[in-house]
Design a protein around this ligand. Structure first.
Ligand code: SF4
Ligand code: SF4
Length: 143
């Protein structure tokens, strides 16, 4: 049987299918900074205080949009927001008509594969509680 994300559109997914699509990379939890002069957005190695850095999981998933107003709760009603997600984000890839990457847990049947392949923030970031100066933590242009 074909994989659900290959024959369904993002609008047709059940809630469970939608949640399964998230690869757990937590790149969407990184702080970003926009250069007001150029409009270029830069990424940092600093994440939201609610991210459990060791396990790469949100500690307050159900309350995330209340606790962190800028935390986008992506769903089929606000898909235009998907372009603020990283280029490897599953939702963005499918919205752009691209396949899931080979390391995606849905393909590997292993939740660790996103980390083991180096495609998550695990082991690469600090919490926002550990710094008050994001400018010292720029990692390059946000793609
Ligand atoms: S960037 Fe996309 S795939 Fe990665 S954790 Fe965020 S929502 Fe999930
Ligand atoms: S509230 Fe949770 S999902 Fe939202 S940015 Fe923070 S850690 Fe990530």
């Amino acid at each position: 049987m074909a994989n659900f994300w290959e024959y369904k559109t993002l609008y047709e997914l059940t809630r469970n299918e939608w949640e399964q699509l998230c690869d757990g990379c937590a790149k969407c939890c990184l702080h970003k900074i926009e250069d007001e002069d150029t409009g270029i957005i830069y990424s940092t190695n600093v994440v939201c205080q609610y991210l459990d850095i060791k396990h790469c999981l949100c500690e307050n998933y159900a309350q995330r949009s209340v606790l962190v107003p800028e935390c986008v709760t992506l769903d089929s009603d606000n898909l235009e927001q998907v372009y603020f997600m990283p280029t490897t984000c599953s939702y963005r890839l499918l919205a752009e008509g691209k396949p899931l990457p080979s390391w995606h847990p849905l393909l590997t049947h292993n939740k660790e594969s996103v980390h083991e392949s180096g495609n998550s923030v695990r082991g690469k970031v600090i919490s926002e509680l550990e710094t008050d100066d994001l400018m010292h933590h720029l990692t390059g242009e946000w793609d």
